[in-house]
Design a protein around this ligand. Structure first.
Ligand SMILES: Nc1ncnc2c1ncn2[C@@H]1O[C@H](COP(=O)(O)OP(=O)(O)OP(=O)(O)O)[C@@H](O)[C@H]1O
Ligand SMILES: [Mg+2]
Length: 353
């Protein structure tokens, strides 16, 4: 069993608060991804969990035990860093053995067995005699993960472990991390600013912005039902269109369309409607009139950027029959999926079906 619970965790450097009241529980065997833009406090939060950074206020529990002030070694956690942080003068084998020799009473034979097993899982058995400078980025990354695995900690923390790898290798390592997680039943907290990593790796995703937790949920829940415009536009590419409308007596008005709505929520006058590219279709009889600004063929489909007056949105279209720039088109909105946000606060008032 391994659960991690953060209760009102805050961090201040001097009088500047960078992490605000984080309340989050990571369940046993969960793959929790913390995602958000640069500087939002992801690494700081992870380092507080690891014990590398003091918790200014709040409480951290691991398996129900209060470890808020415990030394890092007492937390039974292993962290993998973006920079890998391998010892340059040691072989991969020594890098993996070193921590165990220092901090456990395991015999040489037991340590050897753990290293061989981890190396097998990570396909680095043939590389164990090499030093970091004789390894590729992806291989170094695997040694760093191996060094965490051999410790058999309760919880694995990853801070942007794939960001130094090229796109293809990153993709492959994502698959391997996912496999390791499910085969070994690991409990993982994984930090990234990459929304694709968050969507593909996480069993749940915790979205952060400016030191605040914005939303926690399964990736598709966050994608479909964002609780505010920040989450709505951070996740998804091309991003969700937010079109300003006026709400009046159950009717949405915009220069390019009007639409009756039957929502249970009562709406303020100024709202934004949120639609993802796949929730809008080109149709000659569509409810909204728009003009094609740009059409990008990206292989299997086309991304069509259209303008509705001063507003823009991206629509997906089959490549065959995709419209050209300058054409007038009709658009149909998937009204069941459409979200409505408060224009002033960005808060979701209605989050679709
Ligand atoms: N030791 C420190 N002293 C003062 N401020 C710090 C310190 N470490 C981090 N910060 C500030 O805290 C905020 C959060 O930093 P953090 O490293 O947690 O961001 P992050 O979300 O991991 O960003 P990135 O995606 O760029 O790694 C930033 O504004 C940063 O400048
Ligand atoms: Mg960081």
């Amino acid at each position: 069993m391994a659960t991690v619970q953060l209760n009102n965790v805050c961090k201040s450097y001097g009088d500047r608060q960078t992490v605000h009241d984080i309340n989050l529980t990571i369940e046993d065997r969960e793959f929790m991804v913390m995602v958000g833009p640069s500087g939002c406090g992801k690494s700081t939060t992870l380092r507080m969990i690891a014990g590398l950074e003091e918790i200014t206020s709040g409480q951290l529990l691991i398996d129900g035990k209060d470890v808020t002030d415990a030394e890092p070694q007492k937390r039974d956690i292993a962290m993998v860093f973006q920079s890998y942080a391998l010892y340059p003068h040691m072989t991969a084998y020594r890098n993996m053995a070193f921590g165990l020799l220092k901090t456990t009473k395991l015999s040489k034979a037991e340590i050897d067995a753990r290293i061989r097993e981890a190396a097998e899982i990570l396909s680095i058995t043939d590389l164990l005699d090499r030093r970091p400078k004789e390894l590729s980025g992806g291989e170094r990354q695997r040694v760093a993960i191996g060094r965490a695995l051999v410790r058999q900690p309760k919880v694995f923390l990853f801070d942007e472990p794939l960001s130094n790898l090229d796109a293809k290798l990153r993709n492959r390592m994502r698959g391997e991390l996912k496999r390791l997680h499910s085969e070994l039943g690991l409990t993982v907290i994984y930090v990234t600013h990459d929304q694709i990593e968050a969507m593909t790796l996480g069993t749940r995703v915790a979205m952060m912005s400016k030191g605040h937790l914005q939303q926690v949920g399964a990736p598709m829940d966050i994608y479909m039902k964002p609780t505010n415009t920040f989450v709505a536009t951070f996740i998804g590419s091309p991003e969700m269109a937010l079109i300003p409308c006026r709400a009046d007596a159950g009717r949405l008005g915009h220069g390019a369309f009007t639409q009756d709505l039957s929502l249970s929520a009562s709406l303020p006058r100024d709202v934004l409607i949120g639609l993802r590219p796949e929730e809008v279709t080109l149709s000659p009889t569509g409810m909204a009139r728009a003009r094609v600004e740009r059409c990008e063929l990206i292989g299997a489909e086309a991304l069509v950027e259209v303008s509705l007056g001063a507003d823009r949105m991206v629509v997906k279209s089959p490549v065959l029959g995709a419209p050209a720039a300058g054409e007038e088109v009709g658009l149909d909105f998937d009204l069941d999926r459409m979200r409505v946000f408060d224009r002033d606060t960005g808060r979701a008032l209605h989050i679709g079906a």
